[in-house]
Design a protein around this ligand. Structure first.
Ligand code: SAM
Length: 236
């Protein structure tokens, strides 16, 4: 179970309304997450308030910062147990969503959960820096989002390669957002991006969040993303 009224009130503060059908899907998602978490290490957050606020409200906050066009190609990088991807899909079942992670067992859970909810999405088991160099994914997404995966300078090298020119990357950040933004300025420019907006808000549990909205304004140079070892050794 999750705390429905907490989700509804946090969503309302963000200007997002959730209908009855979506409320039921969030309930099912919460049950599946808690059940599967008994046998796999999916998340440390399993209490009804935490699921409502830290997983669901935080995930859908993306919708308060940008307008996602109907049928947009959206990619969630480092989705883990499906955040923010699955809540976004519950809210916007029209999107063409791909959820990427380097851990196969988490993605297996994500795909079976999406299927159980009667929704449609693709899961892709790969490292972001590998898929970012493949023709199939490079500069093909309208919108990319990512939460709790890496510091912004590294995250930009993972995520900006997927965004088409004119598309958006939404980096979902917590308390240290301003420090991360300062450290990532050069990387963002080098990778063809530009910060066009920052939206900060506080969740009902007191958690501070900042959504950093980066627009892809030019093509990414061919050498990026670099292989994992180079990214780790010499982050941009
Ligand atoms: N986004 C989820 C959330 O907010 O609950 C999961 C966050 S979890 C802390 C980070 C996830 O990113 C892990 O599932 C990990 O496997 C994945 N990850 C880290 N680096 C990655 C990379 N280079 N490519 C793909 N997935 C990656």
């Amino acid at each position: 179970m999750y705390n429905t009224s907490l989700l509804l009130s946090d969503a309302e503060k963000l200007g997002i309304s959730i209908n009855d059908e979506q409320i039921k899907l969030f309930e099912k998602l919460s049950d599946l997450l808690v059940e599967q978490n008994k046998t796999m290490n999916l998340t440390a957050i399993t209490d009804p308030d935490g699921i409502a606020v830290k997983h669901f409200a935080d995930s859908i906050s993306v919708l308060s910062a940008i307008d996602i066009p109907q049928g947009a190609r959206v990619t969630d990088i480092g989705t883990g147990a499906g955040f923010p991807g699955i809540p976004l899909l519950i809210m916007r079942p029209d999107i063409d969503l791909t959820m990427i992670d380097s851990t196969a067992k988490k993605l297996k859970y994500v795909q079976s959960t999406v299927d159980s909810l009667g929704l449609i999405a693709t899961t892709l088991h790969t490292r972001a820096e590998e898929a970012g160099q493949s023709k199939e994914y490079r500069e093909k997404s309208d919108i990319v989002c990512s939460r709790a995966v890496a510091a912004l300078n590294v995250l930009c090298e993972y995520c900006l390669p997927f965004v088409r020119v004119g598309g958006l990357f939404i980096a979902m950040k917590a308390a240290k957002a301003q420090e991360e933004i300062a450290d990532a300025k050069a990387a963002i420019k080098l990778l063809g991006g530009e910060i066009i907006d920052e939206k900060s808000f506080t969740l009902s549990d007191g958690g501070e969040r900042t959504l950093v909205i980066i627009k892809k304004i030019s093509h990414i140079p061919p050498k990026y993303p670099r292989p994992s070892a180079q990214i780790a050794k010499k982050p941009l």
